[in-house]
Design a protein around this ligand. Sequence first.
Ligand code: ATP
Ligand code: MG
Length: 557
Amino acid sequence: MNNTEGRQKNFLEELIEADLQAGKYADGIITRFPPEPNGYLHIGHAKSICLNFGLARTYGGKTNLRFDDTNPVKEDVEYVNSIKDDIRWLGFEWAQELYSSDYFEQLYQWAELLITKGLAYVDDQTQEEIRLNRGTVTQPGKESPWRNRSVEENLDLFRRMRAGEFADGQRVLRAKIDMAHPNMLMRDPLMYRIIHAHHHRTGDKWCIYPMYDYAHGQCDSIENITHSICTLEFDVHRPLYDWFIEQLGIYPSHQHEFARLNISYTMMSKRKLLQLVQEGVVMGWDDPRMPTICGLRRRGYTPESVRAFAEKVGVAKRDNVIDISLLEFCLREDLNRRAHRRMAVLNPLKVVITNYPEGQTEELEAVNNPEDASYGTRMVPFSREIYIEREDFMEDAPKKFFRLAPGREVRLRYAYLVTCTEVIKDAQGNITELHCTYDPTTRGGNAPDGRRVQGTIHWVSAQHAKPAEVRLFDRLFSVPDPNDVPEGQDWRQNINPESLRTTKAMLEPSLAEAQVGDRFQFERMGYFCVDPDTTTNQMVINRVATLKDTWAKISSK
Ligand code: ATP
Ligand code: MG
């Protein structure tokens, strides 16, 4: 399968094709997705997943899932399981499930090897001293007084670090490279630190843990990863990635960087997303407003639409911000093709059809998907009392209002032409009900005399309607870049206070059988999905997206 057809190849595809043509990687390429199990995956991770798994799929290779679990303090199995669920939901399956912690012994042995080669040493400086002695971009660093310890002393101290003889922070292992190196990361970077903490997989076996820079490349190498793809901010780490691999003489994995995904009106910092959850701003990690994969899934996004989005975004070499409407566009494109149509009234206004026989019900045929005849039709009950959308009636309607107004005729979708004859109000003047008459010769919606009726509105038979709570979501943040706040101010001021509105809707009765996760297009209203909060007594439905992009207009005003 080749998914690059019909568009220009990105730089990674070009690189891989050149490698393959040069006869490299005869056994196929190997990529990896390396999440740290310290939070839920978000749409940015989805981009990385689609890229890594997608490249392997295109070029007949494989992808490992490697949990980068080198920091015992922040990690948890809860996250491991959610990450696996999310990747499978996106439609990918990994070749192997692996953990950086599986390689702790190997990494340790390699660290001893580097010590033996005079390329690593135990440093007794405090964290603060190390930081101060690193120098600056314009000034070289200062060598540690412990830099020239003998191999024997280093080995002895490192083994005692492992054995648990020292307290957290008392000593570290550093690579011995160059304290004057123009790349600050090459100034004797930390390899190991002491952390007396319980690890979710290795338990209390270890009290020293490798740093990202020492672990990542070596783990890639152990797995014979051919293309180690990461985000742009790691480009300064690449010399170090290469240095360790070269000094150890192990399989040469190569790191390649691409621009991380940023989307307007949202943010992807795990720390801030956690804060939203902890402070109850949202209902949880899977709140349908969250940019997390489980949030998008609960909202009603399809894996196909998320994959299409990742593909459309492409692979850039420079940072950029993608408009969130592109994600919504991909959803609409997918569901327009695939979703069953139903009628639902979100803001109901009762209409009595005064000349329709009391107690009569008839079943009218409705099309399930005008885009695809194979979806067939269904029967929708019609009776004397119906609900229509409050917005579909206007008392003093302008000429161009092609919906219902006093004395005007409108088409009820799949049913009849009706004319409004009376507006009923309560003591405060609020409209409580409309009276209409229908034309019995217009069943199906067309007048035999050929008179033209422009407007068509949706409706639900009142006696058959199924009530439901519908959750109308809006953007979680009211500004394009929610991270952009003036010095000293709180990013939370950018939270959109109206990101969730609920309404009591009336659904056509066939929706009673809908299952959690089922998605529909409610005619004229948008795309909707049954929420897991649904109980036997109360159906809860999420609006995934409106039919058209309404924000483009509002925000450009
Ligand atoms: P942390 O701050 O915890 O490291 P992270 O977002 O980098 O957060 P990881 O679990 O380390 O999370 O990420 C796993 C992989 O997903 C990495 O390869 C990372 O480059 C990639 N990734 C994370 N965020 C994005 C993003 N916004 N766009 C593209 N790729 C991303
Ligand atoms: Mg990371």
